[in-house]
Design a binder for this molecule. Sequence first.
Ligand SMILES: *Cc1c(COP(=O)(O)O)cnc(C)c1O
Length: 377
Amino acid sequence: MTNFATQLIHADDKDNRVTDVAPPITVSTTFRYDNNNLEICDESECIDEMDKTPVYSRCGHPNSTRLESVFSKILGGDAVVYNTGVSSFYAAMVHFNPKRLFIGESYHGVHAIADIMTRNYGLKQYSLNDIESYAEEGDLVHIESPVNPYGVSINIQDYVNKAHRKGAKLVIDATFAPPPLQDPWKFNVDMIMYSATKYFGGHSDLLAGILVTRDHEVSNRLKVDRMYLGTIIGNLESFLLLRSLRTYEMRILKQSENATKIVLYLQTHLIEYQGVLKEIIHSSLQTEPWVETQVEHGHTPVFCIKLETVEQAKQFPSKLRLFQHATSLGGVESLIEWRALSDPEIDQKLLRLSIGCENVEDLINDLTQGLEQTKKD
Ligand SMILES: *Cc1c(COP(=O)(O)O)cnc(C)c1O
């Protein structure tokens, strides 16, 4: 048994094919058959076999296999890796094929996929408040916690209980608090989804998604579907993501610690920025007792601030030197976003911050000089 940081670096040692210490970028789409072992197998048998012996890269390739070795270890189940976070959600929808989807506040791309399925196949969508009244066996509940863009937690156990009482399955998008911060298996969820574009990738240079299941038959079926949906991660992205994973624990812990310190600083100095800074929103400020049992090893590095006026919120990112004004999150560089640019429906006084790995004092100084400037305007 090894621990988290060791698994990130060594869980794929068993997949070594060459003597290189750093896994090579394998660009080949096709791989020579072993002429001494030409056995015909059906699709699901082939899946386990293809992890050992690659055949065609849409089915699996050396570095996607390595990624799945590492993710399966650190995510506590069978991990299936996709080319994007949204395609991992699509794969979950194809797998569960629900007639009814119960969905709360979630990533906009996830809602957009559900809407495509409603448009094309008549999928019925309900809110999370409707689970007890309408859910039935075969239905799916999709939750996100901590939830985008606020970085606040919703009660996972509560929704799992409601779904299971009705015979429905529950998928959680846990992108905002990947392990070791949060472990959704503790609450008996049915499947976990992550956008690996965010914290696992961590350098704003690749797209990837993951589904994790505790049922090996399910992961094999997901891999067969993935082969035909054509949604496997690319070769170069696999190499980059593997490289990112080696340092993942250090990054996520630092990002979480930085964010929590910044939130605490702003909250305790709120009065000094009266007229500018109205509110700070983050799971470290939630007081419900179940929050600590969910994000037990650190809070999400994402939080929101609300300024007093729309104009202040619109101008604030341009006053910062370290924080870059961009969407997305999870990278080593801190980002801020006037959220209305991504979500036209949202409160235009809202800014979302994604905290990186910089020195925390420098980040606090950057934000406070920005708030001071805004005060003078
Ligand atoms: C970014 C994100 C996604 C989508 O991931 P992509 O890799 O961009 O496709 C899904 N859910 C959440 C919570 C996200 O932040």
